[in-house]
Design a protein around this ligand. Sequence first.
Ligand code: PLP
Ligand code: TYF
Length: 394
Amino acid sequence: MFENLKSQPADKILMLMQAFREDPRENKIDLGVGVYKNAEGVTPVMRAIKAAEHKLWEEQTTKAYVGLAGDPAYSDAMIKLILGDAVERGNVAAAATPGGTGAVRQAFELIKMANPGARVFVSDPTWPNHVSILNYLNIETVVYRYFDRETRGVNFDGMIEDLKTAQKGDVILLHGCCHNPTGANLNAVQWQEVINLLNERGLIPMIDIAYQGFGDGLEEDALGVRLVAANCPETLIAASCSKNFGIYRERTGLLMAVANDAGGQALNQQTLAFLNRQNYSFPPDHGARLVTMILNDEALRADWAAELEETRLGMLTLRQGLADELQRLTGSDRFSFIAQHRGMFSLLGTTPDLVEKMRVDNGIYMVGDSRLNIAGLNAKTVPILAQAIVDAGV
Ligand code: PLP
Ligand code: TYF
């Protein structure tokens, strides 16, 4: 049997991680994988997570199974964090998943189950795992224009034009905030225009939100997902706690299905539990429990929000610093988009050759599509990167 296996394409982002580790140069700079790093290059365990873990260690009396959809208190706390008061709690079905990736995977499975003919529209570009999982599940994928390679903003007219080719029942995958890999995001007016189009054509929105709190703030980053959930009859939401709680390896995510006629909620809830059972029975609990403890404890929550805000502001300072330095070196505003983008990533919009050149000449590691992780920088490396970008002729 094993002889029938074919070698599969490797994940380019994870390959880059390995290549960086193996590079002996001391001044190398890692702007690859989307993991937050502080000025010392460390991915810290957040203070509130440490405190919650300590408390959990003292108080937890059992590690028996929880439930197929995870702890309802986790769903409640996360629904409140993401959706606020945008929809009735009774209209939301939710299940804990192994990370945001688990939520994405389960959402795609639900789509296939509910409407085998549905196509999923993804932005050009999008997180490569979206496309990879859709292909694996044999779900037809359609790419819609999103990133304008000239302005490095959103090509909104192109996006709308392409979404107009979708047919009733097709699913439109949107990034809730901090678009990965581009850093270019919709504004409130554009979100509303997308919603109007979805509703006119009977399209189903699916929102992947993996960076709430990394862009404009916890509430601000939820604006799009709240507008959609409140104004479309049905919405799927895949959320990740990996970044905003810094618990990458705990695998903590949530899949939500919002049905604005409460009638569908019970069936949706049952379906999410069923899908968990088919794939792994019970979802991981440790990270979900920490998140629940933090969100439901006033002091822990305030400390978490404060540390997240420091993280966010630190990345904004790095963005501004890089844009300023490039302005100084080039005498032009060509790179001002770096300060306008939000989240961990910006797509420089240059060629794989120049990305490779910066890796070889300067030990700067960014993803081949020219995505850079802003959090991989610090005050010392910002001018080094700016100089390398200019020297490479980006
Ligand atoms: N969706 C997007 C757009 C992401 O960038 C990520 C990245 O980490 C995820 C989902 C899922 O993350 P995780 O499975 O680590 O929670
Ligand atoms: O885009 C990123 O870098 C993050 C982390 O297969 C990641 O989303 C990268 C690759 C992968 C899973 C997560």
